[in-house]
Design a protein around this ligand. Structure first.
Ligand SMILES: [Zn+2]
Length: 547
């Protein structure tokens, strides 16, 4: 006898052998028992979830003369004919390969002939969404006034591609993905039936890889059994080309610790062992996603992701070492890598590049620090411009001031005369407001890095003791708005309050108004400078310089 693929061997012959889909099976059994059969059924769901199997069982059950508990009896004459596939009244049609209207017409021509043996003539149309529009119209005509004996069972993975006119005439059943534990159980039966030995872990890996599809799961098991009778996790990984979990843990912790050399070594190991970068990148994404879920859901992931308790524990333990933002960033990088690899001609380099980006985060932080320094310099330049605008004499005064004080922060000296007074203000705890501001800044750097980054794009203007004012640099005037949003304002105020020991408020302003004033003022001060230099008496201007 020719070898029959496992998924064919294990295709359920009646409702009792179906795996999962209990609610659907229950409803259909009931319909068979009560004889309340619909004229059109629509079975939706992803591949391998049992749509076609259910359609076949239903077709036989409604034609069986003595159904038992809604299942075909397997004993009566029609059942025997159906088993021998010598039965004209069940017609199967694959719309994927017969999508033309002629094909549909040819099929529907036979509709007007009543069934020969059974009570119903059943049309099973697989992948029904593939039918052309005119084919749908032909089908619709039949669905509008179907003869008593006619039953359509339409199956599709993409119900949203069906016209509403068809959808509205069907009784719809949605087939969910089959839980991994149920798939594992059926795989165990199938492996033993084929005289193989398989470990629980191996079968679970197959079940998880099949993502709820029984047909895929049985096909993978079939491939594994093709290698030998003993199926373990290592064999499943070889067949699927996936990576071993300990390798993934090793890889992700190298990324987390930013050990670039280790990461590159692991990539080299991976490629040398013949693994596909694309499959690996998907594995890493899956691994990071599990870590992220472990971080938020804790031990519950064992149920959500069908992991063993031990594995779930390992994930939870590992996830605690990550900040969630870091995990998100890493996941983001690898998700992009997956897409990128589809078009990449040098997948290894793309993989290494993404991994390096994960590792070089510290340098990215350095970049942030650099940005901070640039904003600081911009603040100084802007301060100098203000100084120039308010006259050269001020500049000279300031210079000498700086010499006396040594290195003074430009941030405070820029704060204008009003700011300077305010900066000297003491808080109820007796500490200077500058000190409090700096302390709050330091706290924000860790508690709310983005807020602290924004604050670097402007300058502290001083405080009256409880209200702290800040002004955005001209190029970053939008930042003032962002900092005034309730959430960010609250974060800053919280940090200030904590540092000051009394309730503090925070106000951010942008420099656009100031700039107008400065421009007006600068004209006046220019005149003043001229007056200071030349006096108010008219001056003779001589073109030629004396020799
Ligand atoms: Zn029967």
């Amino acid at each position: 006898m020719a070898y029959q693929a496992l998924y064919r061997q294990w295709r359920p012959q009646d409702f009792s052998h179906m795996v999962g889909q209990e609610a659907i099976v229950e409803t259909l059994r009931h319909q068979v028992q009560t004889g309340r059969i619909a004229h059109a059924y629509l079975f939706c769901g992803s591949r391998g979830t049992g749509k076609t199997s259910t359609a076949k069982i239903l077709a036989r059950a409604i034609n069986c003369t003595h159904p038992i508990n809604g299942d075909p009896c397997g004993e009566c004459e029609t059942c025997k004919r159906m088993q021998a596939e010598d039965f004209m009244d069940i017609l199967e049609f694959d719309a994927a390969s017969n999508s033309r209207v002629e094909d549909a017409r040819e099929l529907l021509e036979k509709v007007s002939f009543p069934p020969q043996f059974g009570a119903y003539k059943v049309y099973i149309i697989d992948e029904v969404h593939m039918l052309s529009n005119s084919a749908f119209n032909a089908l619709l005509k039949t669905l509008e006034e179907p003869p008593e004996y006619l039953v359509f069972i339409l199956a599709t993975t993409e119900p949203y591609r069906l016209p509403a006119t068809i959808l509205s005439r069907c009784q719809r059943f949605d087939f969910g993905r089959i839980p991994a534990v149920l798939i594992q159980r059926r795989l165990r039966e199938a492996a033993e039936g084929a005289g193989g030995e398989a470990t629980d872990g191996a079968l679970m890996s197959i079940a998880r890889a099949a993502e709820g599809g029984m047909r895929d799961a049985l096909s993978i098991l079939d491939m594994c059994l093709g290698y030998g009778k003993k199926v373990d996790e290592a064999l499943v990984r070889t067949v699927l080309g996936t990576s071993d979990r300990s390798f993934l843990f090793q890889f992700s912790s190298a990324l987390r610790e930013e050990q670039a050399a280790d990461v590159l070594r692991l990539v080299d190991e991976l490629i040398s062992s013949g693994k596909d970068p694309q499959v690996f990148s998907r594995d890493v994404s899956g691994h990071l996603r599990t870590l992220l879920m472990a971080k938020y859901c804790g031990g519950e992931i064992s149920e959500i992701l069908s992991l063993t308790d031990e594995d779930a524990e390992e994930y939870v333990r590992e996830s605690e070492k990550y900040a969630s933002s870091r995990l998100m960033d890493m996941l983001d990088l690898f998700m992009h890598l997956e897409t990128e690899l589809r078009y990449s001609t040098s997948p290894r380099i793309a993989l290494e590049c993404a991994a390096m980006k994960c590792c070089l985060r510290t340098e990215a932080t350095d970049q942030l620090a650099l940005n901070d320094r640039i904003s600081e310099l911009e603040a100084r330049i802007s301060a100098l411009q203000d100084q120039i605008a308010s006259g050269a004499s001020v500049q000279v005064e300031r210079k000498s001031n700086e010499k006396e004080k040594g290195h003074s922060a430009p941030v405070t000296s820029r704060a204008g005369s009003k700011g300077k007074q305010a900066a000297k203000a003491l808080t109820p705890t007796g500490r200077g407001t500058d000190e409090i501001w700096n302390e709050a800044l330091k706290a924000l750097k860790t508690a709310a890095p983005s807020v602290s980054g924004m604050l670097m794009m402007g300058t502290y203007q001083g405080s009256n003791g409880t209200e702290y004012r800040w002004k955005a640099n001209p190029t970053f005037s939008v930042i003032a708005q962002s900092l005034n949003t309730p959430e960010r304002k609250a974060q800053i105020e919280e940090a200030l309050t904590a540092a000051a020991g009394v309730s503090c408020t925070f106000v951010a302003t942008d420099s656009s108004e100031d700039q107008k004033k400065t421009e007006e003022a600068s004209d006046e001060s220019y005149l003043q400078t001229l007056k200071d230099t030349f006096g108010e008496e008219p001056v003779d201007v001589i073109d030629e310089l004396p020799e």
